[in-house]
Design a protein around this ligand. Structure first.
Ligand code: ZN
Length: 322
């Protein structure tokens, strides 16, 4: 099943299929956590399935569906980085392109999905370009990317772009509640409106890391010892916490400027934000944001995270007026 916020994209692609006008290359783009890859898989299934339902979705029962489920359908190929953050290499793309040149074994479409396509290095992209310029009949390549600007323009311009966005809050909350998600509103806000990321935060318990961060900020604000907090934070996911810290600062700016509560990210911490907003100047917030951004940008460089957190919390203390 596709997600309820993806019906527009689904219907327009289905229209193209019915008119026999599906392009050979598609780029599914949009922010992370909107379900682009899941959609791509569902679309691939629907194109290969022999008994699609009235909404054009795969039956899940036929030979083709079963082969896809087992990961052995010869006309359905996938490529993605070996690990998150790693590059897709030229050899991998080259062998994928060679397989794409072969005609489909079942006589229908030949589907290829490259997830995190922006992870292709420059040689890999160049290798793919040749296939995009001379596509084989019935082959459909789907590139999935949350950072499409990182793809060479030569690749982007040869794909039909399909944009994916987060659903509106009501749709997202309905979906989360249907998945028995507790604290749906808070999690959705912490996940910047992405229902899939919100669900993952809730199921993994990772949202509790945010509480560790807020406790550390509040302790520092009250001039309490911070070493223990820094130690706790150093054991957690730095990048995500630094992003939440940045959100905390933008929330404070918003509170100072009288923005509506619904615009806040740390939506469950309104009381704490209100108390703190009166104790730091706008200039102080912007200066601290600059400092935080330098550290966020340096995350690829190995560093002592305990010291990083100690520095951040000690520095924060100095901006708070008592
Ligand atoms: Zn089927």
């Amino acid at each position: 099943m596709i997600y309820p916020w993806q019906t527009t994209q689904w219907n327009s692609l289905l229209d193209l299929k019915q008119q026999d006008r599906l392009p050979h290359a598609l780029l599914f783009k949009g922010m992370a956590g909107t379900g682009k890859y899941d959609f791509a898989c569902q679309f691939a299934r629907a194109l290969l399935c022999k008994r699609v339902d009235s909404k054009g979705q795969a039956c899940g029962q036929c030979d083709a569906c079963q082969l896809i489920e087992a990961g052995t359908h010869p006309d359905f190929l996938q490529l993605a980085p070996e690990e998150p953050g790693k590059a897709i290499k030229v050899d991998e793309v080259r062998s994928l392109c060679q397989e794409m040149q072969l005609t489909s074994q079942y006589g229908g479409y030949k589907l290829v999905i490259i997830n995190h396509a922006d992870s292709m290095n420059i040689n890999a992209s160049n290798s793919l370009l040749k296939t995009l310029e001379e596509p084989t009949a019935n082959s459909i390549l789907i590139l999935v990317s949350s950072s499409p600007h990182r793809l060479p323009i030569t690749i982007r311009s040869r794909c039909q772009n399909v944009m994916f966005t987060s659903p509106d809050t009501a749709t997202a909350l309905d979906w989360l509640q249907a998945h028995a998600c507790q604290q749906a509103e808070t999690l959705l806000s912490l996940a910047h409106g992405s229902p899939l990321a919100a669900l993952e935060l809730g199921e993994s318990g990772d949202h509790e890391q945010r509480d560790t961060l807020v406790n550390a900020i509040l302790a520092s604000s009250q001039d309490k010892p911070i070493v223990g907090h820094a130690e706790s934070l150093s054991k957690l996911h730095s990048e995500r916490l630094l992003n939440w810290f940045y959100d905390w600062l933008t929330d404070l700016v918003n509170v100072q400027q009288g923005a509506e509560t619904s615009r806040l990210v740390h939506i469950d911490k309104v009381k704490e934000l209100n108390q703190l907003a009166g104790k730091i100047t706008l200039k102080g917030l912007y200066l601290y944001m600059d400092q935080l951004n330098l550290i966020r940008r340096a995350q690829s460089i190995p560093m002592n995270t305990q010291l990083m957190w100690e520095d951040l919390l000690i520095s924060w203390k100095q901006y708070i007026q008592r």
